[in-house]
Design a binder for this molecule. Structure first.
Ligand code: SF4
Length: 95
């Protein structure tokens, strides 16, 4: 199970994140390159863009399920933009 406290700082702020358990297997990046990228220096994945649409969230949820070491979490914090909290949409990804 991914731990929000162990997430990489390169993750885009939001619900989805990759934590330090990532073994750089490439699966999330192959299946959802719109949201997952590789940190070449650290040799791990990170979320470079948070999903917003329902189908995008579903794709990232699949990535959570498929990660072989459970390094992807979806219980991150809500995003703050310009000092205002932007609550998650109705289809919240928090579990
Ligand atoms: S699927 Fe999991 S272990 Fe593989 S690169 Fe993505 S976050 Fe890392």
């Amino acid at each position: 199970m991914a731990d929000y406290q162990d997430r990489y700082p390169t993750n885009a702020p939001g619900a989805f994140y990759v934590d330090e358990q990532c073994i750089d297997c490439d699966m999330c990046r192959l299946n959802a390159p719109q949201f997952f990228a590789r940190d070449d220096e650290g040799a791990h994945s990170y979320v470079h863009r948070q999903p917003t649409l329902e189908e995008e969230i579903a794709l990232c949820r699949e990535a959570v399920e498929e990660c072989p070491v459970e390094a992807i979490g979806c219980d991150g914090e809500d995003v703050e933009i310009d000092g205002k909290n932007r609550s998650r949409p109705a289809n919240s990804v928090r579990q």
